[in-house]
Design a protein around this ligand. Structure first.
Ligand code: FAD
Length: 274
């Protein structure tokens, strides 16, 4: 199938993107890397009359070191994070995650902001950045707001983004020097989305433990009491069952295994994304 006819406008910056989107009202959609939207257009799941291209918006392509965090422009690509073209807020964890997204052609075009806006529950940035306590900066004509990632997602493929609003940036906190991290995902083959994923952040200097279960056909789940995982020893299956009682037997087993591996990685100081 082919997309319905649409007009095209390239935004030169965040202000022009939000202006173009506001002028076109409900009919407009931003396009960044087009890696998900392209398919949605072809299948006519999206039928915008105007596409506002933000992939070259100058202030969405920059990064800013804010001291305790790095603010990534929303149009920074996975490949730029993988290659270290932009600074990594973590000791290499983001680059390792980026390397595990799809394959290079997708990573060359797909963007960090596009991935979050698309809100696929199985997507890597959706889960990893939630586990790291990141937040998004949302801009609309004349104003902006900041939303923490768990609150940004309202459902599978659903977010708090309003019409005319874009993600202008993604703020990722720098972990402390003693922080440890583990992320594991199970995919049927390279380039596939995850069937199950888990992430563990242990940051003793901040007295912070974050444990996340992802790829669950709903927004990522941060465990409210992560100490249950640290204390669980052999009982991770019970923790996952309690947190996600609706999973099939197979999905439950995959999530338990993902969590176990993420936990082992974090405890051993590993930083590899499967
Ligand atoms: C074959 C294939 C395999 C893939 N495998 C994986 C994988 O293993 N893991 C993974 O995480 N991802 C995977 N992806 C997704 C890919 O990584 C992209 O991140 C994702 O498609 C969206 O990024 P994009 O920049 O291409 O967004 P687009 O496709 O341009 O846009 C997606 C949606 O977000 C909106 N949008 C885009 N940018 C913004 C913004 N700044 N503000 C507001 N709304 C915005 C668009 O309007 C659209 O609704 C895969 C994609 C493909 C095609």
């Amino acid at each position: 199938m082919k997309p319905v006819a649409f007009d095209y406008a390239a935004a030169k910056d965040v202000a022009s993107a939000t202006l173009l989107l506001t002028e076109a009202a409900d009919e407009a959609k931003p396009i960044a890397g087009g890696q998900s939207l392209g398919a949605m257009l072809n299948l006519r799941l999206a039928r915008p009359t105007v596409l506002v291209d933000i992939s070259r918006a100058a202030d969405m392509r920059t990064t800013e070191d804010e001291g305790d965090a790095i603010l990534y422009g929303a149009a920074v690509t996975h490949a730029e994070i993988e290659d270290g073209v932009v600074p990594d807020a973590t000791p290499g964890w983001l680059a390792a995650v980026a390397r595990g997204i799809a394959y290079r052609a997708v990573r060359n075009r797909g963007t960090i902001g596009g991935s979050l806006a698309h809100a696929d529950p199985a997507a890597d940035w959706v889960n990893v950045l939630t586990a790291l306590g990141a937040e998004v900066v949302l801009a609309r004509k004349g104003s902006s707001r900041t939303v923490a990632l768990p609150e940004f997602f309202t459902g599978p493929f659903a977010t708090v983004l309003a019409n005319g609003e874009v993600i202008s940036g993604v703020r990722v906190r720098k972990p402390t020097r003693t922080a440890r991290w583990g992320y594991w995902k199970f995919c049927l083959k390279v380039g596939d989305f995850a069937k199950a994923s888990a992430a563990v952040l242990l940051d003793p200097e901040r007295n912070e433990t974050r444990v996340l279960l992802g790829a669950i056909e709903r927004p990522p789940l941060l465990l409210t009491d992560p100490s249950t995982v640290l204390d669980a020893r052999g009982a991770l299956a019970d923790v996952v069952k309690q947190a996600l009682p609706f999973l099939s037997e197979e999905s439950h087993a995959l999530h338990v295994a993902a969590l176990r591996r993420a936990l082992v990685m974090a405890r051993s100081g590993g930083e590899r994304a499967a």
